[in-house]
Design a protein around this ligand. Structure first.
Ligand SMILES: [Zn+2]
Length: 136
């Protein structure tokens, strides 16, 4: 299960509002261990989608992912998942989100309604990749 400190929660909300009406996206960092995973930092990543798609699709490229892993190691942390925003949409994973997700990682989604951050949820994909389980 994921543990999300208030200041990280606020930081993800702020990112969602900053990039509105586009999606924000980034990596969440923490410590991998048994049971609870506490998020201790986030790394915002520039949304690589072409401009006209950016409001409803996010992509983290392999270069970004490698940079994030390197940054995490420098901080003595692990990449534990990803976050992105849903501008003017529910904080539920889309089919696209599921198709591009991997088991094990946490996927945080913040809904941003008319520029204001609203509901924030977190999801983990089942090992067979069939569905997401809500963890927050
Ligand atoms: Zn999404």
């Amino acid at each position: 299960m994921i543990k999300l400190p208030e200041k990280i929660n606020l930081a993800i909300r702020a990112e969602g509002e900053r990039t509105y009406p586009d999606e924000c996206c980034g990596v969440i960092l923490g410590k991998l261990g048994d049971g609870e995973r506490e998020v201790t930092a986030i790394l915002p990543i520039d949304n690589e989608r072409e401009a006209e798609e950016r409001h409803h699709r996010f992509v983290i490229g392999p270069d970004d992912f490698m940079k994030a892993e390197k940054e995490a190691r420098k901080l003595g942390l692990d990449v534990t998942g990803f976050y992105h925003s849903h501008p003017d949409w529910f904080s539920r994973p889309s089919d696209y989100d599921r198709e591009h997700a991997l088991p094990f990682y946490s996927y945080i989604i913040v809904s941003v309604e008319k520029g204001k951050a609203a509901e924030l949820t977190s999801w983990e994909l089942t090992p067979d990749r069939a569905r997401f389980i809500q963890e927050l």
